[in-house]
Design a protein around this ligand. Structure first.
Ligand code: PCA
Length: 219
């Protein structure tokens, strides 16, 4: 019997923050095709805000019931597309979010696990991105700002609802247009990051029935 492919894939990107005019994550998401390997690609713009980001994405998950969830965010200090391995139960913001909130050393969810592993096939995605000619790496920290907050909230939501959906996070470098006045900072083109993201999504769909990474939680 042929494996049943996921029908809906949710891909999210963030609004600009920290004084930037654009956020490459949403530019990439907007440029993705609407169908990939027979799956419908749902695209969602997420506010760069503690709390609200989780509400917006978990509401979409409840409505759409996507089999695979890819959250993207900007990490301006990075030179490669970074596939996150883990989300930790900590908010520790060094700048305010877009609603003015700046939580320091707080839990994302009180009395919840210290961390969750992302449940997408990290290595297959990394290999696929590199094969598309785009730099990629596995990252062992998504930071402690809104990106880590969102993916922790998503993985916690899936865990408490015993959902079979799988979720992960890709941090992306700046776009070239964002580094014009800081030439020593890394950047990638939009075209490259769209190709890299497409390759990662295709790899995850193809691995959907044979995921090597075992999702779990750390206490
Ligand atoms: N990057 C931030 C939040 C929104 C985004 O695109 C982060 O890395 O936490």
């Amino acid at each position: 019997m042929l494996p049943k492919l996921p029908k809906i894939i949710l891909v999210t990107g963030f609004a600009p923050f920290g004084g930037e005019k654009i956020n490459p994550s949403w530019q990439i998401v907007k440029a993705l095709p609407d169908m990939m390997l027979g799956c419908r690609v749902e695209k969602l713009l997420v506010p760069t805000e503690f709390g609200q980001s989780i509400t917006v994405v978990t509401s979409a998950i409840d409505k759409l019931k996507p089999a695979l969830i890819f959250c993207l965010g900007q990490a301006g200090s990075r030179a490669a597309m970074s596939i996150e391995r883990i989300a930790i139960n900590v908010n520790d913001a060094s700048i305010a979010d877009n609603a003015g909130a700046q939580p320091v050393d707080t839990a994302i969810v009180e009395h919840a696990p210290a961390a969750y592993f992302c449940t997408l096939p990290l290595k297959a995605m990394m290999t696929a991105i590199i094969s598309a000619g785009v730099p990629a790496e596995i990252s062992n920290t998504a930071g402690t700002f809104v990106c880590n907050h969102l993916i922790y909230g998503v993985l916690h939501h899936l865990a408490i609802h015993q959902s079979a959906s799988r979720a992960g996070f890709i941090h992306v470098p700046f776009l070239e247009s964002q580094i014009l006045n800081r030439a020593d900072t890394a950047a990638l083109s939009l075209a490259a990051m769209v190709e890299g993201t497409k390759a990662a999504i295709i790899a995850a769909i193809q691995n959907h029935i044979d995921i090597k990474i075992v999702g779990g939680k750390l206490h």
